[in-house]
Design a protein around this ligand. Structure first.
Ligand SMILES: NC(=O)c1ccc[n+]([C@@H]2O[C@H](COP(=O)([O-])OP(=O)(O)OC[C@H]3O[C@@H](n4cnc5c(N)ncnc54)[C@H](OP(=O)(O)O)[C@@H]3O)[C@@H](O)[C@H]2O)c1
Length: 331
């Protein structure tokens, strides 16, 4: 099969190699008790921030070189274990952790979800990582309740657009923070109730729009805006830390939390979900309901051919990506 490897840690332009590899076997390190895994013919592979970091050796998970990156796919089942509810020919969205930038990939059965008819393969390649993270950050960690106000940073990005849709599906009202007019349109398309600009008075605007402060801030960006995120909360409000695309890891002066009766909460989806198959299935079922209700529709912002993987990574690296970036493996 054709595959793309990260062969050196020199950034998106030079790190990738296009190679021929043997077809993978039906085994996956995350499959419990050595259970048979699902083999998927890949139609589309999701491209995300961690792959950009992996080309520089800057991601927390550093496999030995060379390795095939890519954590999620939309594709068709080639083989599946008995009792998994999956059969050859099923259209699926699957989380592979690694190995998605290839014509054939392998995922644990619990991380493989039938793809509803409403979604195409590219949308399937944008479903697991971002939407499970959004649900985990908002609901499991952030304890989001119906009627609450949610402010989403990086709202036109992959996690951001997913968070806007999931929050709305859970009955919350949303304020999107974005850096450009083009990204404002993407956040609106993702269903944001209000959009504010990160280079404007977003904290004051958010307080005014929400009638005094938001209940939850979802932050995949970090950096300088963190203190204002805490200031934007109402009493009992929570900032959920999801990532640091802005570069800087913020520090919190905890007296602010005491004064406002607020919280800062960490949300690391992978470490939490990977050892919990039952939790992953439960979130998959909750998301299926949101798909049925037309709340969840992954926004595919840019599609690249298999040969253009470096451009796909650069699109994320230069902050120009919107929604989900995908590689069309079988176009
Ligand atoms: N905690 C978890 O479990 C988990 C799971 C998945 C992903 N993540 C992390 O979440 C973060 C977001 O991922 P994503 O897939 O949503 O990324 P993305 O699609 O590239 O979106 C990130 C957003 O961050 C903003 N940003 C601000 N400064 C930036 C900079 N210097 N470079 C690039 N973007 C910048 C951009 O919005 P504006 O231009 O509008 O500011 C951009 O739209 C990443 O750090 C990723 O590793 C965490």
């Amino acid at each position: 099969m054709r595959a793309i490897q990260i062969a050196e840690l020199s950034g998106p332009d030079a790190a990738l190699r296009w190679v021929e590899l043997p077809e993978p076997e039906a085994v996956h390190p995350l499959a419990p008790d050595g259970e048979e895994a699902v083999v998927v013919d890949v139609h589309a592979a999701g491209v995300s921030f961690p792959e950009v970091l992996q080309t520089r050796g800057q991601y927390q998970f550093r496999p030995p070189l060379p390795f095939v990156p890519g954590s999620e796919v939309g594709g068709v089942v080639r083989s599946a274990p008995a009792g998994s509810g999956l059969a050859p020919g099923d259209r699926v969205a699957a989380f592979t952790a690694l190995g998605a930038f290839a014509e054939t990939a392998v995922a644990p059965a619990f991380f493989t979800f039938k793809l509803p008819d409403a979604l195409d393969f590219e949308q399937g390649a944008g479903l697991v990582l971002n939407y499970h993270t959004a649900y985990f950050a908002l609901r499991t960690r952030g304890r989001l309740a119906e009627g609450e106000w949610v402010l989403v940073h990086g709202a036109a990005g992959g996690v951001g657009t997913a968070a806007l849709q999931v929050a709305r599906g859970l009955g919350a009202r949303t304020i999107a923070v974005v850096s450009t007019d083009a990204k404002a349109r993407v956040a609106q398309e993702a269903g944001a109730d209000h959009v504010v600009r990160s280079d404007g008075a977003w904290k004051d605007e958010a307080k005014e729009l929400s009638g005094g402060g938001v209940d939850l801030v979802l932050d995949p960006v970090g950096g300088d805006r963190f203190t204002d995120s805490i200031r934007a909360l109402r009493e009992g409000g929570r900032v959920v830390v999801v990532g640091f695309t802005g570069g800087g890891i913020p520090e919190v002066r905890v007296n602010r939390l005491l004064l406002g009766n607020t919280e800062v909460i960490g949300a690391g989806w992978g470490a939490y979900a990977m050892p919990k198959p039952a939790y992953v299935r439960e979130v998959g079922a909750a998301l299926d309901l949101l798909i049925e209700r037309d709340c969840v529709r992954p926004l595919v912002g840019a599609r690249f051919g298999f040969e253009q993987a470096a451009e796909a990574l650069n699109c994320i690296d230069t902050r120009s990506a919107t929604g989900k970036v995908v590689l069309e493996v079988r176009s």
